[in-house]
Design a protein around this ligand. Structure first.
Ligand SMILES: [Zn+2]
Length: 101
């Protein structure tokens, strides 16, 4: 697991850390580096879970399109229904929607 150098990790919620530990081996299966490109930093919408420390973006550009879709499915399957996984243009958006947030 790697962090893009300008990512701000302060305030990332523990649920996200557990999530990242769970999904890291999935990237290994596709021989892709798991590079976190955004946590609480970056340009996100006003109501974004990023600002609450409940979302991360993970680079997907090393993967071809079919592998991106398959890996997104694997990530969803590995996490609970409290998480939301979206395949965006150049990254996976992984978000925690747990109770109380
Ligand atoms: Zn995001």
């Amino acid at each position: 697991m790697q962090l893009k150098t300008d990512v701000l990790i302060s305030g990332v919620q523990p649920e996200m850390l557990l999530c990242l530990m769970i999904i890291e081996p999935l990237f290994d299966e596709y021989e892709a580096d798991m590079v976190i490109t955004s946590c609480r930093d970056g340009e996100h919408s006003q109501n974004s879970k990023h600002k609450l420390g409940c979302a991360v973006d993970i680079r997907s550009r090393e993967l071809d399109d079919s592998d991106k879709v398959a890996l997104a499915q694997s990530i969803r399957a590995a996490l609970t229904s409290e998480f939301f996984v979206l395949l965006e243009d150049d990254h996976f958006h992984v978000q925690f929607n747990g109770v109380g947030l």
